[in-house]
Design a protein around this ligand. Structure first.
Ligand code: ZN
Length: 278
């Protein structure tokens, strides 16, 4: 599932690729992806120009010239792939395609999704703050305002929670999922099931540093293609060789040589080194 680094990669690429372009036509192949009547959606987006591409948590926001914003959540397996006019299409451009935006200069944006959990919504740009308030999303971990003292204060709200589940809870911090929570906890030497009340101040600081460092590095490397994720140019991300524990059950820990273990936690898996992470 795309997490903050993957969605932010797509956002920054699309910011360069589609801003200033006018939507000439939109073709919807799978209407359940669009969470409003199709006629209303088409009427709002056709003829509008893309003013900006923003992100909140794992949600992409296309701000339009007419006061509407298109919200796109890629969920488990969504892709957004941009192709210029006359650019030759690769098989992944059209695989599981459900929506195509056609721009006035002949370029196109393909919204593809194998498992079809993703969505497209339309919100008035002036009402975005209210929309995200209702979604109860936690702070953006890469913003300057997200400081160690804020992180410590958030942790105090749920002293009984296990740290792995806490990091993945979108209402406490936005954008972290299964992969990066595993990597952050390995970086910090913290066992995924450790309770927040048992964390020492130095451990909290290390987790905080891990959040910033790992999310930033993964974003710079255009994310991790462990599943179906591709960036906006249809390419895989480059972070996978840096992954230390996620999906590496049975392999040796790169730090100490102990075998990486996997355990179930609330319907998800945690991967960790039983020797390094306490
Ligand atoms: Zn180890």
């Amino acid at each position: 599932m795309p997490e903050l680094p993957e969605v932010e990669t797509i956002r920054s690429q699309l910011q360069k690729l589609i801003v200033g372009k006018k939507i000439k036509e939109v073709k919807v192949g799978l209407s359940k992806m669009v969470k409003l009547p199709l006629g209303k959606f088409r009427k709002a987006v056709i003829g509008a120009t893309i003013k900006e591409v923003k992100r909140r948590a794992k949600i992409l926001i296309f701000g339009l010239s007419n006061g509407w914003s298109i919200l796109i959540h890629l969920k488990l397996s969504g892709r957004l792939i941009f192709r210029r006019k006359n650019e030759k299409l690769a098989p992944e451009d059209t695989a599981w395609n459900h929506l195509i935006y056609y721009f006035n200069d002949g370029s196109r944006l393909f919204h593809n999704d194998l498992r079809q959990f993703g969505y497209v919504k339309l919100v008035k740009s002036g009402e975005l703050l209210d929309f995200f308030k209702k979604e109860k999303l936690g702070p953006e971990p890469l913003e300057k305002e997200f400081t160690l003292s804020e992180f410590s204060a958030i942790l105090k709200r749920k002293p009984k929670a296990k740290i792995k589940q806490f990091l993945m809870d979108q209402t406490v911090i936005a954008g972290i999922g299964n992969l990066y929570s595993d990597e952050i906890l390995f970086f910090a030497d913290i066992h995924p099931l450790k309770r927040i009340a048992d964390l020492k101040p130095a451990e909290i600081k290390k987790i905080f540093e891990g959040i910033k460092k790992i999310l930033l590095e993964a974003t710079k490397l255009k994310g991790s293609s462990v599943d179906l994720y591709l960036d906006a140019s249809g390419k895989e991300g480059n972070y996978v060789p840096r992954i230390k524990v996620y999906g590496r059950e049975g392999e040796k820990c790169q730090r100490c040589g102990t075998t990486i273990k996997r355990l179930k936690i609330g319907g998800r898996s945690a991967h960790f080194c039983p020797a390094c992470q306490k």
